[in-house]
Design a protein around this ligand. Structure first.
Ligand code: PGA
Length: 253
């Protein structure tokens, strides 16, 4: 059985003090939580302090992005090895906001996935269609393109460290989540794609998160879908109560 994974993507919210405070609250709330893996992805500047608070807890830490080289004259960029030394085990890669506002392409996403894996990090690779693409019935084609090109060259042996986040762009930060049926349909399709690339047994083990307006009120019904293995949560991860509410509802019976 796949352990669900709930990751909080704090985006460009929370300064160091706010991040530490939220982390302390979550650490306490989650101290006896079982059956679900939780990862916090704060801004880069918060990572080291959040890592200190997380010491001794089962909560994981992740970056929101990384560069594909481990050092060099690349002003403003953060290398996978820097994330690792700051205490990260995960890294979100290819979030739609990165693709939209920072011109990331499947090619850069792929380089970042490879670089993260090479450094021993676990990439959370985001894929998903825009509203226009969905309306033009291109959802499957877009997702196929993101999955196949994002994972180009990734070895089947490394797929146990890869998490895929299906995030329909029209559902991110809009309050309009995909229905459980819409999510399951695409998740099953992604698993089928992974099966074709890596074989059924590898595909069966890869965790596929849903992301896009997940809240405590809708988490349970989305999480109970067969191929939904957790969530990538933005807005609702910024408050301990709402994030905890989602986590509680994600434990599979
Ligand atoms: P949201 O964001 O939960 O605020 O919709 C999800 C994400 O961007 O990962």
């Amino acid at each position: 059985m796949r352990t669900p994974i709930i990751a909080g993507n704090w985006k460009m919210y929370k300064n160091v003090q706010e991040a530490v405070e939220l982390t302390k609250g979550l650490k306490e709330m989650l101290s006896s939580m079982k059956g679900v893996e939780v990862v916090l992805c704060p801004p880069f500047t918060d990572l080291s302090e959040v890592a200190k608070v997380l010491e001794g807890s089962a909560i994981g830490l992740g970056g929101q992005d990384c560069y594909w080289l481990n050092e060099g004259a690349y002003t403003g960029e953060i290398a996978p090895r820097m994330l690792k030394s700051a205490g990260c085990t995960y890294c979100i890669i290819g979030h739609s906001e990165r693709r939209t506002y920072f011109h990331e392409t499947n090619e850069t996403v792929n380089k970042k996935v490879m670089a993260a894996l090479a450094e021993g990090l676990k990439p959370i690779m985001c894929v998903g269609e825009t509203l226009k693409e969905r309306e033009e019935n291109r959802t499957f084609a877009v997702v196929k393109n993101h999955v196949e090109n994002g994972l180009k060259g990734v070895n089947g042996n490394d797929m146990d460290r890869v998490v895929i986040a299906y995030e329909p762009v029209w559902a991110i930060g809009t309050g309009r989540n995909a229905t459980p049926g819409q999510a399951q349909e695409v998740h099953a399709y992604i698993r089928k794609l992974l099966g074709a690339l890596y074989g059924e047994s590898v595909a069966a083990k890869v965790r596929i998160q849903y992301g896009g307006s997940v809240k405590p009120e809708n988490a349970a019904e989305i999480m109970k879908e067969r191929d939904v293995d957790g969530a990538l949560v933005g807005g609702a991860s910024l408050k301990a109560d709402s994030f905890f509410g989602i986590i509680k509802k994600s434990v599979k019976e």
